[in-house]
Write a protein that binds this ligand. Structure first.
Ligand SMILES: N[C@@H](CCC(=O)N[C@@H](CS)C(=O)NCC(=O)O)C(=O)O
Length: 214
């Protein structure tokens, strides 16, 4: 039995969930929330930063969303999220890192600032994070393929892109163009639709206020 520790509203938890749903890999979801102290304690022990997601499969413990997605590739018979072709795998991993580090990371800085008390806010940090997001949008606009990030195959890069672009667009709307169209295609993918729906009950908790769309 595979146990995935995370939260339906957590961007990085979406990545393995999308991979599992897209590839029909059964797992038991362990909700990490204050009313589930055992799951919170288990995740705190699993991850050096206490961050979700984390996966347990028997004696095996795996952290870091990209590694978890790659582990799920061993299960089930569908096409893997990390392609077997080495060049395609390299492009998928590279773009997954771009979405994690240059879209999700500045997004997290903006959201974290919104949760701080007034006296601890960091307007300069927020404006730098917004500039980083705008730069990433520009970089991706010229490099994203269709229908999916690296072309025909839905890969690790798309698992990373879906939550990063979903939430980034809420705090810094993506201008019309290829990247915005790609986000719309992602939101129409059945596995992404499923995580978006599972997260819907938690939207009220989005610190900057969730827009009335998506
Ligand atoms: N590098 C990690 C990042 C995970 C991450 O940032 N998780 C966030 C949720 S989306 C988290 O657990 N935040 C709570 C915390 O840092 O205490 C991965 O890829 O799994």
């Amino acid at each position: 039995m595979i146990e995935l520790f995370g939260h339906p509203f957590s961007a990085f938890t979406w990545k393995p969930l999308i991979a599992a749903y897209a590839r029909d890999v059964p797992l038991v979801f362990r909700l990490v929330a204050p009313d589930q102290p055992d799951n919170m304690a288990r995740l705190a022990e699993l991850s050096p930063a206490g961050q979700m997601p984390g996966l347990i499969d028997g004696a095996r413990e795996i952290i870091e969303s990209n590694a978890i997605v790659e582990y799920l590739d061993r299960l089930g018979s569908a096409e893997p999220m990390v392609p077997t072709d080495r060049d395609a795998a390299l492009r998928a991993r590279m773009l997954a890192d771009v979405f994690d580090d240059y879209v999700a990371a500045p997004l997290q800085r903006i959201v974290a600032d919104a949760m701080r008390p007034e006296e601890s806010k960091d307007p300069l940090g927020v404006s730098q994070a917004r500039a980083a997001l705008a730069r990433s949008y520009g970089w991706l606009e010229g490099r994203i393929h269709a229908p999916w990030a690296i072309g025909e195959a839905f890969t690790l890069a798309d698992c990373a892109a879906a939550p990063a672009l979903f939430y980034a667009d809420w705090v810094s709307p993506i201008p019309p163009g290829r990247l915005r169209d790609y986000r719309a295609r992602l939101l129409a993918h059945p596995a992404v639709m499923r995580v978006v729906d599972e997260a819907r009950p938690f939207r009220a908790y989005f610190p900057l206020g969730a827009p009335d769309r998506d």
